[in-house]
Design a protein around this ligand. Structure first.
Ligand code: NAD
Length: 423
């Protein structure tokens, strides 16, 4: 299969392992997950039929703490994708030094085709199928593509019913009413914003003159675009699964207005609309492929994996790429970007704000505390900034790219935990 994300993940692992002379037995441990769970979930559909949905949970490594990772509902979710995402969670938690291992879950489904009742049945079915392997000290799921706090609320409720007691720390990304953390929804985007702020200092860019293009307008893409716009960056292109828009004047657009127009009209492509006022003269419809190749300072893929490949990497004109999606760049594309001297801030650092605030949520649930939003974002800031500095430092010291530096740092931490546990 072309651009298999698990093969990409293993290529990244081997590259970093070589640079730090990782002991062969540790590399062998990390070449496979601890546990793969898969099943079919039956759902009684609204039309009376019963449909079976393919579901996964991959628990990759728990040397540093309980397994931790989101659940994706997507038509192309398959085992190799879930394995890759689970592996990247292991690396990511070690990059920001939160005491978790890594896991990931998925269901092969087009969630937009389900009614709310069917979606809830499916979400509860996933929990019933894997409940014995989940829990605050075992494995803690969270939202990912096409899952959200509402779904986490249903799942946490189902887990409580199966376990016989309410255990809020078993899921993160929950609604606030069920013990969710303030700031969790915006956390991944906020973390990405902090990374961009640190990056432009290193690149000597001025934010008022820095242009940004963001692919993906979901939880992650929206918040990172909004925070950059609010801070004075020019967000000149945005897209979702149906296409995108480009601000031809390089002025930058307000993601809140674009979101309003998307909600009203169901599309962000075509024109730029603030309320009912649409400007089709200064804003141009573009495709997702065009967005990636635009002349901007910072390109932010925030949708799905494998969008920057050997086929299009040579045409990318951005000075830097900040990977908010997981796995957007294939190893072949990475090599081309390295040759072109395009700085790539890897996913395992750029989008780690989400799991960091999930960790804060888990801590609050375990201690019965409820922190204010400002406190949460204040605690996130030094973690993102210090992680960025550490990885930048390793990259300079070892003369390696930022991804390999992030993996090298993470692998050292994971290896230390594996060794400390003994054999
Ligand atoms: P989401 O479901 O909220 O949004 C996904 C967005 O991607 C939507 O706007 C959708 O229209 C768009 N999209 C889907 N297919 C597309 C395509 N082919 N081209 C362009 N856009 C497309 O999901 P999310 O939570 O924002 O996740 C986005 C990425 O960020 C994923 O790679 C996810 O793994 C990663 N991530 C999410 C979190 C989190 O906290 N939610 C944390 C870390 C990483």
């Amino acid at each position: 299969m072309a651009n298999n994300p698990y093969e990409s993940a293993m290529t990244q692992l081997k590259r970093a392992a070589k640079i730090i002379n990782l002991e062969p037995y540790i590399l062998d441990i990390l070449k496979r997950p601890v546990r793969i769970l898969e099943t079919g979930i039956p759902v009684k559909m609204d039309d009376g039929s019963t449909k079976i949905f393919q579901a996964y949970r991959v628990q990759y490594n728990d040397a540093r703490g309980p397994f931790k990772g989101g659940i994706r509902f997507h038509p192309s979710a398959d085992l190799d994708e879930v394995k890759a995402l689970a592996f990247w969670m292991v690396i990511k938690c070690a990059v920001v030094n939160v005491p978790f291992g890594g896991s990931k879950g998925g269901i092969t489904v087009e969630p937009k085709s389900l009614s709310l009742r069917e979606l809830q049945q499916l979400s509860r079915g996933w929990v019933r199928a894997f409940a014995r392997y989940l829990g605050p000290k075992k494995d803690v799921p969270a939202p990912d593509v096409y899952t959200n706090p509402t779904i986490m609320g249903w799942m946490a409720d189902e887990f409580g019913q199966v376990a016989g007691e309410w255990q809020p720390a078993a899921f993160t990304g929950k609604p606030i009413a069920l013990g969710g953390s303030q700031g969790r929804t915006e956390a991944t985007g906020h973390g990405g914003f902090l990374v961009v702020e640190a990056l432009i200092k290193k690149l000597n860019l001025n934010k008022e003159r820095t242009t940004v293009a963001v692919q993906g307008f979901g939880n992650v893409g929206f918040y990172v675009a909004k925070k950059l716009h609010d801070a004075g960056y020019s967000v000149i292109a945005l897209s979702d699964s149906k296409g995108g828009i480009l601000d031809k004047r390089n002025h930058g657009m307000d993601p809140e207005n674009v979101m309003r127009s998307k909600k009203e009209k169901g599309l962000i492509g075509g024109c730029y609309c603030a309320g009912m006022v649409c400007d089709c003269e200064n804003y141009q419809k573009i495709s997702n492929a065009e967005l990636l190749e635009m002349e901007v300072d910072i390109l932010i893929p925030a949708a799905l994996e494998n969008v920057i490949t050997a086929e299009n990497a040579g045409r990318i004109k951005a000075k830097a790429i900040v990977e908010m999606a997981n796995g957007p760049t294939t190893p072949e594309a990475d090599e081309i970007l390295r040759q072109k001297k395009i700085v790539v801030v890897p996913d395992v650092l750029a989008n780690a704000g989400g799991v960091t605030v999930s960790y804060f949520e888990w801590v609050q649930n375990n201690t019965g505390e409820a922190w204010k939003r400002a406190e949460v974002l204040d605690k996130l800031k030094p973690i993102m900034e210090n992680s960025f500095e550490e990885i930048w430092g390793v990259s300079i010291e070892k003369k390696i790219d930022l991804r390999t530096a992030a993996f090298a740092l993470a692998l050292q931490r994971i290896a230390e935990a594996i060794k400390a546990r003994g054999l």
